[in-house]
Design a protein around this ligand. Structure first.
Ligand SMILES: [Zn+2]
Length: 488
């Protein structure tokens, strides 16, 4: 009996001592450290990692093209609702055109056929995205297929802008993303029709091409021809009103997507004539100048095609000129979305430097060819010093350029101290979302919890939100991070 009591006392004592010893180190850990510890225990498990990252508050997605972010299923639905057709040759959504003698057009099918014909439905999704790319299109490079998808749904992008905003906001809220900086052209018909008018006038006056472009004169001509008078906000007003209607914002049944803060970048397309590109740029700067919902300008389209390569310096000169006219307008530029083999080596490693030095870019989109810059190390160090961030989209770089794993310069950017923001680029085309981009950053690039948390914060810190709005989103993000980490 006595022995038994002694034994019991001993076991209770040792159990307590052991549990205290076990508790002591973890009791000292902060919530952040405990979260990082849990993260380290699941970082090779894609299933638990996805659940963790989906719940993790993600400050902002700063590189997100509205039209490429919408999923193909939505485009098909809108084509059906609008009674549009599918061109059978290239599977593009188009207006229905009558066949010979008013009979059915043998070159088209009504889009609604996709709802009764599963093979048409799946073909449309594959052609409008990277889904099954190498299987469905084994002989088409990812680069070509990726960029060709935009031609398939282009018919719908303007008239469904409000629906697109609703889809992206809803998806962001479901992943605990607080802020979206969405990029697109806005009312593209305005700068293109003005450019057409001006090109005719200038052709008549026999000067249209570089180096004859007098940007001062050309800007005035474009403003006078319609850019000055056109409404800078009407298109966005309409889209935002429709978004709020769909999400029931401001009502008791409001979708959580209503709480996602959204701002916009105005794009100019690179693969056009100099007058057209300049018209789109002036329009983008004018929109920023007129409406605070626009927070930056951007330039887009494949950097490897003839015109974007040939006119790159001219485009930077245009931006430099407009930067002096509109010094408060923020600039982010796709630059260096290139790799060896896609262009001659002489083109590689030049665009990022020019975008920063001549284009006044405060953020760089992709920057995957930085390693070919003879001064790559100094360039990255300078970016870190100046606080010029890089927007990294891993699925996009894989799909378009075939760059994966250690071949991506993400680790070098991090090592150099360049602020990195993990972004989606075109989540609909890539069949991804921001959570999946974070997941890839862990599984394929070995990013730590601290790296991801920094990227999440960078998504607000390096956004182009106005100072007071930025502070509000920062406060919300810190609160959300505290709540998230307190669960571990
Ligand atoms: Zn992009």
């Amino acid at each position: 009996m006595r022995h038994a009591r002694l034994f019991l006392t001993f076991t209770l004592f040792t159990a307590a001592a052991f549990s205290q010893a076990a508790a002591r180190p973890s009791a000292k850990l902060t919530a952040e450290q405990r979260t990082a510890k849990y993260f380290d225990s699941i970082k090779n498990d894609p299933v638990r990692l996805r659940m963790f990252l989906q719940a993790m508050p993600k400050g902002g997605d700063l590189h997100n093209h509205i039209t490429g972010a919408v999923y193909a299923e939505s485009y098909i639905q809108w084509a059906v609702e609008s009674d549009l057709c599918v061109d059978l040759k290239d599977k593009a959504i188009d207006d229905c055109k009558p066949g010979p003698d008013g009979a059915a057009n043998p070159e088209q099918r009504p889009a609604r056929a996709a709802y009764t014909d599963p093979s048409l439905y799946r073909e449309l999704i594959d052609v409008m995205s990277m889904r099954n790319h190498a299987i469905t299109f084994p002989h088409k490079p990812g680069h070509d297929h990726f960029f060709d998808t935009f031609l398939k749904f282009n018919r719908l992008v303007n008239e469904r802008r409000g629906e697109s905003l609703a889809e992206l906001s809803r998806r962001a809220a479901a992943q605990n993303i607080l802020y979206l900086e969405l990029t697109s052209t806005w009312d593209l018909g305005v700068p293109l029709s003005v450019a057409e008018k001006v090109e005719k006038e200038r052709a008549a006056r026999r000067y249209i091409r570089e180096p004859d472009l007098d940007l001062e004169d050309l800007r005035q001509q474009l403003l006078d021809a319609g850019l000055g008078a056109a409404s800078k906000s009407a298109f966005l007003d309409h889209a935002e009103a429709r978004k709020k209607e769909i999400l029931k914002c401001g009502t008791p049944g409001a979708d959580p997507g209503c709480n996602v803060v959204v701002r916009y970048e105005a794009e100019a397309l690179r693969a056009f004539t100099p007058v057209q590109v300049f018209s789109m740029l002036v329009w983008a700067f004018e929109q920023n100048n007129a409406d605070p919902r626009f927070v930056a300008i951007n330039m887009v389209q494949p950097e490897d095609w003839y015109v974007p390569v040939h006119d790159y310096d001219l485009h930077m000169k245009m931006i430099d000129f407009l930067h002096k006219k509109y010094p408060k307008v923020n600039i982010t530029l796709h630059a260096g979305e290139l790799t060896l083999g896609l262009v001659p080596p002489e083109v590689l490693g030049t665009h990022v430097a020019k975008a920063i030095d001549q284009g006044h870019a405060r953020r760089i989109g992709h920057g995957t060819d930085i390693l070919y810059d003879p001064k790559a190390r100094e360039r990255m160090r300078a970016m870190a010093q100046k606080g010029i961030a890089v927007e990294i989209s891993l699925s996009s770089s894989e799909g378009i350029l075939g760059i994966t794993g250690a071949r991506h310069p993400l680790r070098q950017y991090l090592n150099a101290g360049v602020p990195v923001i993990i972004c989606t680029d075109d989540e609909g085309v890539s069949r991804s979302d921001l959570t999946n981009e974070y997941l890839k950053a862990v599984l394929d690039q070995g990013l730590s919890y601290a790296d991801l948390k920094r990227s999440s914060r960078n998504g607000v810190d390096f956004s182009f939100l106005a100072a007071d709005d930025k502070q509000k989103v920062k406060t919300r993000l810190e609160q959300a991070l505290r709540e998230f980490e307190s669960a571990y």
